[in-house]
Each structure stands twice: as C-alpha cells, then as structure tokens.
Design a protein around this ligand. Structure first.
Ligand SMILES: Cc1cc2nc3c(=O)[nH]c(=O)nc-3n(C[C@H](O)[C@H](O)[C@H](O)COP(=O)(O)O)c2cc1C
Length: 205
C-alpha cells in the first residue's frame, strides 16, 4: 500500500511536521510504503483559473506541480497536514490544493454523476495543529480537506487534531505523539485499497 504524507506548514520541523512524521512511522510499521511531499519546497503558484484543464483534466502550467499530480492519484492513502492559520489551512497548502482543480476537472471528465457519488481512488486523512481552543478551530480545514480529497476520488475519512504553538512543542507531549503513531497504524489497517488510483487515460482526448 502506497501512503503519501503532504507537509503543509511553511515552518520546517514545526508541530504539524512532527505529528505527520509520527503518523507515517505508524503507517510504515503497519506495512505501508510511505513517501513525502513538502509543499514549502515546491516551486509553484496558485491556480489562475485559466480554464486550460477543463477539457483534458491536465494542468497546463509547467512547474513543480506536474510531478505531484501522479503521486496524488496513485497513493492509496494521503495524510494531509497543516497548521491552523486564521481558522483555515496555511496559504501555501491552500495554493497547492487550488492547483488540484485540474484533478477535479479530470474526475468530471472520467466519471459520470452516478459514479461520482462514490470514491474509488483511496482514502484521505487530515492532521492539523492550532494554538488555541476555538470550537470551530478545525472546521475550515476539514471542509477544504474533504473537497480536496473528493477531487482525487478519495474519501475523507477524518482527522487528528492537536494544540501546540512554539516550534516543536508537540515533542513535549508523548501522549500526542503516541496518538499520532496509532492513527497511522489504524489508517493502514482499516482497509486494503489495493485498487486505488484509476485509469490515467482521460476519455475526452
Ligand atoms: C499566520 C498565522 C496564523 C495563525 N492562526 C491561528 C488561528 O487562527 N488559530 C490558532 O489556534 N492558531 C493560529 N496560529 C498558530 C499556529 O496554528 C500554531 O503555532 C501551530 O502550532 C503551527 O504549526 P506548525 O509548527 O506546524 O507550523 C497561527 C499562526 C500563524 C503564523
């Protein structure tokens, strides 16, 4: 099983990085092959809604996102991590997600309305860290994650949420790290999606 971790914080070695590392350790211990994307290291800009993907499902912008798209499609499980920034995700991660409009177009082309009621491309999970305790602290991030995974034909299976602020503060809480590790283990154990990913051929070509 291929598992992909997407690191959405601009802060290297920050709290969501540390938690996602533990989640992937757990996933690997359960037999998954884990790979990683660090959004802060990619050279790309946000979607400009040029419409270039509408009829093909392919983004026409020649930047680092081109090597990302196949990984998003082919992973059985994706763990998406972000800090809470103003009750949403980091702007870097949001720009990354916006660039998946091409995959949303792709799914519209490849799947009928009936088929789009199901998700056959795997599963997605969210990892978020915020500094405060607002009741809706993770609501914005969860909504964006849900529709990001939808564009990948993946079901959103839920998230794991933490409170921390200073860089690496989560390391002071072994309970949080254990919870993250176990989350990774359980995500892998909870289903064999060997059929994840679908035929890459875009039908309207
Ligand atoms: C621009 C910015 C906006 C933030 N907005 C919020 C917020 O709305 N709510 C909150 O609880 N924490 C907020 N925080 C705090 C971060 O979520 C917190 O420090 C988190 O641990 C950072 O995770 P990281 O180390 O993975 O980047 C904000 C921090 C920054 C820099």
């Amino acid at each position: 099983m291929n598992v992909l971790g997407i690191y959405g914080s601009p802060r290297k070695g920050g709290n969501s990085d540390t938690i996602l590392d533990r989640v992937l350790d757990g996933a690997a211990s359960a037999g998954a092959v884990a790979s990683r994307i660090y959004v802060r290291d990619l050279n790309f800009k946000g979607c400009v809604e040029c419409g270039g993907c509408r009829d093909t499902g392919r983004c026409v912008t020649p930047d680092d996102m081109q090597s990302v798209y196949p990984k998003l499609i082919d992973s059985h499980i994706i763990f998406l991590s972000s800090p809470v920034f103003f009750y949403g995700m980091s702007s870097q991660l949001k720009a990354f997600i916006d660039r998946c409009q091409a995959l949303w177009s792709r799914r519209m082309i490849m799947k009928s309305a009936e088929e789009r009621k199901r998700h056959e491309g795997g599963r997605g999970y969210l990892v978020m860290v915020g500094a405060t305790k607002g009741v809706n602290l993770f609501t914005g991030g969860e909504l964006t994650a849900k529709y990001f995974f939808d564009s990948l034909d993946k079901s959103y299976e839920g998230g794991i949420f933490f409170k921390a602020e200073g860089r690496g503060d989560v390391l002071n809480n072994p309970g949080d790290l254990k919870r993250a590790y176990e989350f990774g283990v359980q995500a892998v154990k909870s289903g064999d999606h060997a059929q994840a990913g679908y035929n890459r051929r875009v039908t309207r070509e």
